[in-house]
Design a binder for this molecule. Sequence first.
Ligand code: SF4
Length: 642
Amino acid sequence: MPDVEQVFTAGGPLARALPDYAPRRSQRRMATCVADAIAARRSLLVEAGTGTGKTFAYLVPALLSGRRVLVSTGTRTLQDQLFAKDLPLVAAAIGRPARVALLKGRANYLCRHRLLSATAQRSFAGLEGGSLALIERWAAVTVSGDLAEVPELADASAIRGAVTSTRENCLGQRCPEWSRCHVVTARRAANDADIVIVNHHLLLADLALKEDGFGDLLGSADAVILDEAHQLPDLVTQFFGVEWSSRQVEHLLADARAELARQGGDVALTAMLKSVEEALAQTRDHVPARRGANGALRMEWNEAPVAFEAALDALTDRLELLHSGLAEAAADAGLAHCATRAASLAGTLTRVSHAREDEAARSIERDARGFALSMLPFDVAPRFRAIVDARPCAWIFTSATLSVGDDFSHFARRLGLEDAETLRIDSPFDFERQGLLYLPQGMPDPASADYLAAVLGEALPLIEAARGGAFVLFTSHRALARAAELINARPEGPLPYPLLVQGAAPREQLLREFRAHGNAVLLGTASFWEGVDVKGEALRLVVIEKLPFASPEDPLVKARIAHLESTGGNAFRDYQLPEAALALKQGVGRLIRSEEDHGVVAICDPRLVSRGYGRVLRASLPPLTVTREQDESRRFLARHAP
Ligand code: SF4
């Protein structure tokens, strides 16, 4: 068996197995540090610049360790890629076959109990008969229960919710289908595997004990490797937060009615369900329909009228009554579980509506179908740290963006990992030669009315010089929509390149089209700033409209700022600036994805140069050659345009 260092040498197993493999000292260094951390069960934060080859740098030591390792990724796409491509390739190259399991969230697996309920009340639930029949036929033969085996089933099909479970409606070990349950089977397979590939959502659901009844994924893991770890602080905050929505109550009412229908009905309970429904409608009527700065119908808790809180209390009382009624009448697991859900919804409602001001940010959001309440804790570090301390395994966090400048303290502080070892691996790319960072001169104040037009005034000549192949990244949906309007209304006619606008099609489809065209222009907001990998000539220009500061109008951001200030912190220095630095680094990182890539990043926001804090932001960016001249940028683009 080779050792970690050997695997990455010029004549080593990877070089022999992969014709394009180029040995890199930085990759070898990361792999050695990961191996040491696994062996010593230490916590390690690794920032690995683009092109390091960090996936192999953690997979090789994970496989060679012979230990049980959990690998968690930020996206399903990366999860699938690790399972289907990278892991088999690395395992074969180093001659270390391993039992590998891919574990998805429960929404991907058929729930046999709910399928039986859906079948029993086919007409009542208004389900698409054809899709249900399709699922029934497939359910009779499937082994894995993974709905990906039914490609005819659209992602948005309503039937998915009816035949999959949620934590709330799963009956757990009381379920009559427990012994045949696909979720249970998948988790058992994961428990028997050497390497388990999960995603952050699933892992955090486990860590936050929101997946009870299925055992602990982490129970016997020797190491946990978290890729795209920059997403974790926000995800952890969400997982330790509380979300309550009117839709959960509607689902409970529908499930309780279905259970009652199965049992022949009950007049008193039917009246209780009706009474909860009425209280829910009255509460919804008190949510003001006022649009916030971000375009959503979202507001801070203290902006809600007094009548809203009173209606919430009344709704809580009715849910508690429903819980008592269902618990008394429960003859089987189905109704008993509905009773538990009613109690849980009432409990969560009380927790949110009576939370302390200094504990969490609370907000109310309204949409066409109902309303949702959320409560996000201000500080999750002690709880996350307690989870890490409770599991004596190696914790390895890696991403291309964990540090601000050379400093990991912002990321580490948010998760309580201040004493973790840190390692920063620079990208092997020759940024100075491969790219330009263009900072336009004379841009107006980003708050001024003519700012967006000025951004387009810079972007369009660059797009022309590059002959398309551009991302234009915005910080708000409003700016994106307005920019699309302005571009389409140009007096000189439409752009001579395919224009792809976020929202017009699903993200993955837009990216596929962008790659296929080779000269497209894509307008995107937050979801295109990160996790997008377009190698080669298709992407040669990235234009950034504004510095990505979180909107202070967002009620949750506003509440966090207020909390930091009230506890003696400096919200700008300790929260807004480092968050913006990491987000900007992500956005700029879209451009150079391989040694062959060339291109220009234009950051139009003048504050990057004019404000003192611009230094902190610039220090986090890759070392591209800086220019303030549009002509130089256009010449560079023209030279590298296909
Ligand atoms: S245990 Fe839960 S997920 Fe499994 S079949 Fe029963 S209700 Fe569905």
